[in-house]
Design a protein around this ligand. Sequence first.
Ligand code: ATP
Length: 362
Amino acid sequence: MNILVLPGDDIGPEITAAALAVLQRIDSIYGLGLKLETRDVGMPSYRRTGTTLPDSIVDEARAADAVVLGPCGMTEYPAREKGGVNVPGTIRKQLDLYANIRPARSRHGIPNALPRLDCLIVRENTEGFYSDRNMFLGSGEFMPTEDVALSVRKITAHASRRIAQVAFDYAMRRRKHVTAVGKRHVLQLSDGIFITQATAVAKAFADVSWREMDIDAMAADLYTRPERHDVILITNMFGDVLSNLAVAMSGSLGLAAALNAGERHAVANAGHGSAPDIAGKDIANPSGLILSTAMLLDWLGNRHARTELTQAGRAIEAAVDAVLGNAAQRTADLGGKCGTRAFGAAVVAQLDKSAQRLAQPA
Ligand code: ATP
């Protein structure tokens, strides 16, 4: 399995180093045969090559079995024509990563974690309001006159149908419920398409119950009755906002795991940004990216029918849970004093401990 590792900007290299240490250890415990290749993207690449994303990296990402991508600090990038390419956006578009999968689960003992929250947000990733990717040519945002700006929201039956399929597939592996989110009485045509496609896909999943909710009602309901929500099927911009809210309610943005997946490619890419305010201080929480790599292994396990990859993903998740269960091992965003590197080392030690326990005769 060839895994391309792109550390990104700001806290990216720090949290990617922690995630890499975990991947290397799980590889040796489970004999996964991972080949990990690291390349610069973002500002480190720009300084060396004049572009934040050389074309060769996109080719390597396409050729790899999967990619681990650290957060990228796009606000620092020069203009596109001067080499400042949106790294995650371009990789998503080039590899047709149409599904953004973002879990939010409250863990016991985490300060401010909302009890009973355990959901998986399945967010459409290629269209909606995202002007950098929702048009074949040109941008989805434009200015007809100096003082008028228009943003076009694109919703297609094709993209709605395939993301609904992903949501219902995940629901079969979880608590078998889907909440489909839009705002249909306002966005009658576009969310009409989105919900019509969800309705059609739902017919093939007799075991999965589902309901439709407006985004405003959903934001409140996720807070007041989190136990009602399992898989949340949602359009691009609404999903971006709701997933940050959900993961913050689980304790911290630092826990934000995410997978960007398509039919043939997947990228583990934490759900938070590059956090320039805490970069270089060894205080960022690497849990989000570590848990994203666990999701990546699970995706690879399903795609290649290799159960050891799925088990390895579960082992990483269990190890992160165990480490987070100890207040002394939590990072600053969760009220602790543990550094980024030390957290990664604690997860590695926990993996070793669990592996030794499994190896002992009963
Ligand atoms: P972007 O535009 O890339 O989303 P942002 O600054 O708007 O960047 P984040 O980078 O996600 O958003 O940061 C929001 C806040 O959450 C910041 O205060 C940041 O320090 C904090 N934060 C984000 N990720 C982590 C992390 N892994 N560990 C600790 N704090 C984090």
